[in-house]
Design a protein around this ligand. Structure first.
Ligand code: PBG
Length: 329
């Protein structure tokens, strides 16, 4: 009761604020998404993601070394697949010499201790821009899951530490876990995109990989038949429990900022590490507002990242990882 308790005492200077700070970000909180393309010497800025690049394997080598030196020790890989290698079956996803498989080997070669996680879903490989196989206007579940399991083995064979299925098919975690065990990949982990919402915030990512659903008859124009409805909360809890029961080591909520209530709820509910993905649209929004001089880039960035950790995320996948670590000094 006032004046016995003056709350401002604990805010009165930087030292005391530091002393009582509850949430502190460190480089090891981050998972760095990277976009890989074919070619040599390629480093192309993604138009809707200022200061973020698609890079060829040689540039990837340098990038990964730099990340490691900064204390960023986990990456999440995505590949941009040339149009002529796309189909409706994910054949290229299983190519042991494909771009993803090469990227994994490249990183493990230059930086063996870097934790390599790989995206597992068919969209970069799909001529229709869907995460699964399209048949008669539907995304077929079980046939897709069979390909995802093979894809996971292929990534593990190439040296991936974790596979990260982002497709939202039912039962894929169990199928992937069983397939990995059968092949002797006992230590390959699974980070499941467990509660992945059908979100407008993925737009810039789809630009980056040229992976948006195509506008064609008999091809769904959105991903709402597999990604979650943003209105739902109980469903997220169910998804997370199902994935843990099926063998997920880490569960992820995605996107970040709009779903921090879900992050907190899941953190309170389960005992496995919880990740959050601050997605491309969240990055783009802040970059655009900062470019216009309407928001202060660095302070808003740190506020958002702190919010994710405070909400309960143990791991933050973010395009801001490097910017944030530079500010940490
Ligand atoms: C695809 C995938 C997406 C993202 C990660 N994996 C896009 C989508 O589902 O359409 C989005 C990441 C981002 O927006 O930063 N399976």
């Amino acid at each position: 009761m006032f004046p016995l308790r003056r709350n401002r005492r604990l805010r009165s200077n930087a030292a005391i604020r530091h002393l009582v700070r509850e949430t502190i970000l460190t480089p090891s909180d981050f998972l760095v998404p990277l976009f890989v393309v074919e070619g040599k010497g390629v480093k192309v800025e993604i138009e809707s993601m200022p200061d973020y690049y698609r890079m060829s394997l040689d540039i990837l080598e340098k990038e990964v070394k730099e990340l490691w030196q900064m204390g960023l020790c986990a990456v999440l890989l995505f590949v941009k697949v040339p149009e002529n290698l796309k189909d409706n079956a994910g054949a290229e996803a299983l190519n042991s010499d494909g771009l993803m498989q090469q990227a994994i080997k490249t990183i493990k070669n230059v930086c063996p201790d870097m934790l390599v996680m790989t995206d597992v879903a068919l969209d970069p490989y799909s001529e229709f821009g869907h995460d699964g196989i399209v048949q008669n206007g539907n995304i077929v579940n079980d046939d897709t899951v069979a390909v995802l399991a093979e894809m996971s083995i292929s990534h593990a064979d190439a040296g991936a530490d974790f596979v990260a299925p982002s497709d939202m098919m039912d039962g894929r975690i169990l199928s992937i876990r069983e397939a990995l065990e059968e092949e002797g990949h006992f230590n390959t982990g699974i980070m499941s995109y467990s509660a992945k919402y059908a979100s407008g915030y993925y737009g810039p990512f789809r630009d980056a990989l040229d992976s948006a659903p195509v506008d064609m008859n008999d091809v769904p124009k959105d991903k709402k038949s597999y990604q979650m409805d943003s209105a739902n909360r109980f469903e997220a809890i169910n998804e997370v429990h199902a994935d843990i029961d099926e063998g997920a080591d880490i569960v992820m909520i995605k996107p970040g900022l709009c779903y921090l209530d879900i992050v907190r709820e899941i953190r309170n509910e389960v005992d496995v590490p919880v990740a959050v993905y601050q997605v491309s649209g969240e990055y783009a929004m802040l970059k655009a507002a900062a470019e216009k001089g309407w928001l202060d880039h660095d302070s808003v960035m740190m506020e958002q990242l702190i919010a994710m950790k405070r909400a309960g995320a143990n791991i933050i996948a973010s395009y801001f990882a490097k910017d944030a670590v530079k500010l940490m000094g």
